[in-house]
Design a protein around this ligand. Structure first.
Ligand SMILES: NC(=O)c1ccc[n+]([C@@H]2O[C@H](COP(=O)([O-])OP(=O)(O)OC[C@H]3O[C@@H](n4cnc5c(N)ncnc54)[C@H](O)[C@@H]3O)[C@@H](O)[C@H]2O)c1
Length: 381
């Protein structure tokens, strides 16, 4: 019988639901070297915590996350809390010898991210960061195609992550507080597309330039309905970058793009072809092979649902029966359990050291915006 892995999760709201669902579903769909057990859930909202635990099948619920570090039964700790807590919670769990799967961005600040990277280097446990979009089958396939040389040398990356929920009526939750979130759309959305660009190109950013960061909405209604509170994070951040092997890239993140609810898109143009992904049509990867006869050369729309041909497709439904948002998390849970069970994940998993590289790019963009100049990544450590 496969060994078990006792999982604890901190956080029970948005990511708490997505991750609980993933840990609950993963063994039903994937053959795994270790079986997850939904052991303990911790969060602050005590009134909802026990009903949440019952609904998702967590055996135990606690209002004190520190108990998890002290519990020798727990093997893997999943962190789905606001960004300012990632470092403190990860460090406590790594010191206790646990594996840690932390939400993105790795931290709200480069300093916290560095401490986390350094702690992970010395730790016994493995680390993972929930850059879940890597695990959309179409994005994983794009990674494999670039690696196989299908678009040749990557010349140009164009990444946008556009959302629309951050208008003036959006309540002043932690995401709009700099001291809790670190940044706004930047750490929230650019983090994902910087990770995807690094993952897909297999290359690292050498320089960031031309960044613009803007806070349009300076106060917002408080969630409890009592007046207004300060909103001091960016609402939109744009920047340009050059990769080490010479590719150029543009990144754009906003929470103020009407009609774009979760438009996470990336395009790669190589010297032999191009690839294009849009999360709002997440089962599809668009590909053009520019070496084909011009008479028939054009974009092809690949439905990434073919078992045996497309990443993760075998675990799910018969061909062309599409998957959705939650499956990216379940695919990631499967790969985390494979890594813990010493099996290969379907595509590379980001650990703290990897996510630290994304955090350096985010920091370089903030510096570029502040100084109105180009920032070499070698200046950001
Ligand atoms: N991977 C993704 O696509 C994705 C999407 C959304 C959010 N996130 C990330 O997930 C993290 C959480 O975001 P969210 O949207 O779920 O936030 P949320 O506000 O919906 O939930 C935060 C949770 O943290 C808990 N919490 C807060 N302070 C705590 C404390 N001191 N001790 C224990 N629990 C505490 C709260 O009780 C709540 O359950 C953030 O880092 C965010 O950037 C990632």
């Amino acid at each position: 019988m496969a060994k078990s892995c006792n999982v604890a999760l901190i956080g029970q709201k948005f990511m708490g639901r997505a991750h609980s669902n993933a840990w609950g579903q993963v063994a039903r769909f994937f053959d795994l070297p270790v079986q997850p057990v939904l052991h303990t859930i911790a969060a602050r909202d005590l009134e909802d915590l026990q009903p949440f635990a019952d609904r998702f099948g967590w055996r135990r619920a606690t209002g004190n996350w520190k108990e998890i570090a002290r519990d020798p039964e727990i093997d893997l700790v999943d962190i789905g809390t606001p960004n300012d807590l990632h470092a403190q919670q990860s460090l406590a769990m790594l010191e206790a010898g646990k594996h840690v799967a932390c939400e993105k961005p790795l931290a709200g600040s480069l300093k916290d991210a560095r401490v986390m990277r350094d702690a992970a280097k010395k730790a016994k446990g493995k680390t993972f960061v929930w850059f879940n979009y890597r695990r959309c089958p179409a994005v994983a396939l794009a990674h494999q195609l670039v690696k196989a040389g299908k678009i040749g040398n990557v010349l140009h990356v164009r990444a946008r992550y556009l959302q629309s929920w951050g208008g003036p009526a959006a309540p002043r939750v932690w995401r709009f507080e700099k001291k809790r979130a670190g940044s706004g759309a930047h750490g929230d959305l650019n983090a994902h597309i910087v990770d995807m660009a690094r993952f897909l190109t297999g290359d690292e950013v050498a320089e960031v330039n031309g960044a613009i960061s803007k806070t349009f909405i300076k106060e917002r209604p408080m969630p409890d309905g009592r007046g207004k509170g300060k909103s001091d994070v960016d609402d939109a951040v744009l920047f340009l970058a050059t990769f080490k092997k010479g590719a150029i890239a543009s990144f754009e993140a906003t929470r103020l793009a009407h009609g774009h609810q979760n438009r996470n898109t990336i395009e790669l143009n190589g010297d032999k072809g191009s690839l294009s992904f849009d999360f709002e049509d997440m089962n599809v990867l668009n590909y053009i092979d520019a070496t084909e006869d011009p008479k028939v050369c054009g974009w092809r729309r690949i439905m990434c649902t073919s078992a045996g041909n497309h990443p993760y497709a075998e675990a799910w439904w018969p061909d062309a029966h599409v998957i959705g948002y939650e499956h990216g998390f379940t695919n990631m849970a499967a790969d985390i359990l494979r890594a813990i069970g010493r099996k290969k994940p379907e595509v590379p998993l980001p650990d703290f050291a990897d996510a630290y590289e994304t955090q350096r790019v985010l920091e370089a963009a903030l510096l570029s915006a502040k100084q109105r100049s180009a920032i070499k990544l070698s200046q950001v450590k």
